[in-house]
Design a protein around this ligand. Structure first.
Ligand code: GRF
Length: 186
């Protein structure tokens, strides 16, 4: 099986990044993480990435991101709670995946669990998709469904969804590595 070079972009807690790093370190995913890049110097995920021995970069200016990425030239970029919209020069150049806490195309954008509760949805979930220009658009790779309970707060629902995010993100990356998915940047 081929191994690929990955860069992970984060802005905060980094639990999806951690799930990916665990899958990689345990050999479940055949990938090499070249770097974790955060646009926030205070992102908690940076500490986690360092514990895994992963190179960490802070780049607050989106205009500089392309030149940072060029030095790594990754096969795949994984957005893991990266809270900025990537410019077209980056989305056109790289294969990029994102994880979003809803069953896209429902509830794109911020606070997706709140949106699901407000809509009185009976089910919600999470989506791994390829990234294109636009917010939470792009071909869907994998989704997982969770129930929305009457007693749910946005936080409780977000936690239930997060458990599934940690599972399907690794599965999606693995499908890409195994050649079960292909993507030409558009
Ligand atoms: C996750 O819910 C992810 O779907 C969304 O942002 C959140 C990031 O959480 N894009 P974490 O930083 O991976 O813990």
């Amino acid at each position: 099986m081929r191994s690929i070079d990955v860069v992970i972009l984060i802005s905060g807690r980094g639990s999806n990044m951690e799930a990916l790093l665990k899958s990689i370190h345990s050999g479940v995913i055949q990938a090499n993480v070249l770097a974790v890049i955060s646009n926030k110097p205070t992102a908690l995920g940076l500490e986690t990435a360092k514990r895994f021995g992963t190179e960490c970069i802070v780049e607050e200016n989106l205009d500089n991101l392309d030149s940072v990425l060029t030095t790594y030239s990754p096969d795949l970029i994984c957005l893991a709670g990266f809270m900025r919209i990537l410019p077209p020069n980056i989305t056109a150049k790289y294969t990029i995946m994102n994880i979003h806490p809803s069953l896209l195309p429902l509830y794109p954008g911020l606070r997706a669990p709140n949106q699901a509760i407000k809509a009185k949805a009976k089910y919600s979930g999470c989506t791994v998709h390829f990234v294109e220009e636009g917010v939470d658009t792009g071909p869907i790779i994998l989704q997982a469904v969770v129930p929305v309970l009457d007693s749910d707060t946005p936080e409780i629902l977000a936690d239930r969804i997060l458990g599934q995010e940690h599972i399907i993100y690794s599965q999606a990356v693995n499908a890409f590595i195994q050649g079960r998915l292909s993507r030409t940047p558009v």
